[in-house]
Design a protein around this ligand. Structure first.
Ligand code: TYD
Ligand code: MG
Length: 452
């Protein structure tokens, strides 16, 4: 006999408790525990039923992960690691209105164009609304089926009937199953529905995209386990007021997690931006102090970004250090190095750092760029607008080599930069490069001699 048991589950983090609590002991959220009934089938614990399966020698296992479905949207495919792997589950999160539905509709339309059948299930919009969106972005998709449905059982029924190669569920929070009595969108429902859809993907080889809402603090709403269950987690991000959107992989079992795809939201849908450096640099003030261009690696691709520094007199006891797009701790470290090695004073200065275009860069190779930007603003001496700077800064003021120097230099050359200041160690690796001119520096000292 199945017996019903009641547990209380935190809607914020998925913590479970046998009794109700006013505050979740795990995440500290108030009033977030909600009653959920769980039905325990005797003997249902311990995984799936079926004949036991003997382990196989790893050499004997055939793995066809190279079989990837390409949508033809370069930016999208690259973030997935070169296309969608058969039977993989991809979770896409992002703020409301950022363009998740638009992106997936465009992607599956491109996939299904003269290709395999794709099914787009929307729990938020009617079929007519999806059609209106498709018309707006002028999609011609011969093999794309749309379904407006929120019941998991009926979705599964349709999937069995249609046998799509790719399935999109927009969004997982709207889907509910009658197996659990709790309300749609609750943690129990989200977990149950997604695990059913994910195991369906694994068993039948259907590539599955799940759209997930995000909470106020930016995490995908629902249990954290959701991110562990899927193969790939993507975030679609963008600044309000900017039309640029960045698709970022934060987990990928079949590819790099450093890849980003850049899109621009236009009147007629998302347009791929294949040369983001040009866009990010398009409004750069030439000859302004504190502005510096840095070739930063985003995954396998170098992107030139403009870092702006502003150093002003402070009237606060604790001067301000405001950083947008770079790590505040890293900037504190660079300021300390500049104080110690170059005798600059920042105790009475506010320092603001901003990466233009709403991008964020996290690798240490941007250190040198930040340092010369700060110095340029503090001394009010503009930098040569045709030079890019790259290098990691050590505490002794030494400039350390960076990875993928050749790709960075090539990107700078492609965009017409004449000079690249880089670590001496990297300069030695690239004796053959003619354009742009390479200037190797081993320490801040050497760099300052050239610049200021
Ligand atoms: P949408 O894909 O519905 O976002 P999400 O699914 O993440 O909530 O995107 C909605 C926004 O995109 C909306 O503000 C209008 C804008 N948009 C365009 O600018 N151009 C277009 O062609 C489309 C379809 C939407
Ligand atoms: Mg949507």
């Amino acid at each position: 006999m199945a017996r019903a048991r009641v547990i209380y589950e935190c809607q914020n983090c998925g913590f479970q408790s046998p009794k109700w609590l006013g505050r979740c002991p795990d995440c500290g959220q108030w009033n977030s525990l909600v009653e959920e009934a769980v039905t325990v089938e005797p003997g249902a614990r311990g995984g799936e039923a079926g004949p036991a399966h003997a382990p196989s020698a790893i050499d004997a296992v055939t793995a066809d992960t190279d079989r990837r479905l390409r949508s033809g949207m370069e930016e999208f495919d690259r973030v997935l690691g070169g296309g969608l792997v058969d039977g993989s589950a991809v979770l896409i999160g992002g703020d409301p209105g950022i363009g998740k539905s638009t992106l997936l509709l465009q992607a599956v339309a491109a996939l299904s164009q003269d290709g395999p059948p794709c099914l787009y299930v929307s729990g938020e919009e009617s079929e007519q609304q999806v059609k209106m969106r498709a018309r707006r972005i002028a999609l011609g998709a011969s093999n794309l089926l749309v379904l407006s449905e929120t019941s998991l059982e009926r979705i599964l029924e349709q999937v069995k009937a249609v046998k799509p190669t790719v399935l999109v569920v927009d969004s997982i929070q709207t889907v509910h199953t009658s197996a659990i009595p709790s309300a749609p969108g609750s943690i129990g429902q989200v977990r149950e529905c997604s695990s059913t859809l994910i195991s369906l993907a694994k068993k039948s080889g259907i590539g599955t995209f799940l759209v997930g809402h995000v909470t106020k603090d930016g995490a995908i709403a629902g249990p954290r386990v959701l991110e562990h269950m899927v193969d790939t987690v993507l975030y679609f991000e963008g600044e309000r007021g900017h039309s640029f959107r960045i698709l970022r992989a934060v987990k990928n079992r079949f590819g790099s997690t450093n890849e980003i795809g850049v899109f621009e939201m236009q009147e007629a849908g998302l347009r791929e931006v294949s040369n983001p450096s040009q866009i990010f640099l398009s409004e750069r003030p030439l000859g302004g102090s504190g502005s510096v261009v840095v070739p930063s690696m985003e995954g396998t691709r170098p992107i030139l970004v403009e870092i702006q520094a502003l150093v002003t007199r402070s009237f606060l006891t604790l001067p301000r250090r405001t950083c947008i797009g770079v790590d505040t701790n890293r900037v504190a470290l660079i300021l300390a190095i500049l104080e110690k090695r170059k005798g600059m004073n920042f105790y009475d200065k506010d320092v603001f750092i901003n990466v233009a275009g709403g991008v964020s860069v996290s690798e240490p190779a941007v250190d040198l760029g930040i340092a010369v930007g700060v110095a340029s603003s503090a001394l009010d001496r503009p930098l040569d607008p045709h030079t890019v700077f790259v290098g990691e800064l050590g505490l002794a003021g030494e400039i350390r080599t960076v990875t993928r120097a050749e790709a960075r230099v090539a990107e700078a050359g492609k965009l017409g930069f004449r000079r690249c200041t880089l670590p001496q160690g990297n300069r030695r690796q690239l004796p053959h490069v003619q354009q742009p001119e390479l200037v190797g520096v081993a320490s801040l000292e050497e760099c300052w001699e050239i610049l200021f």
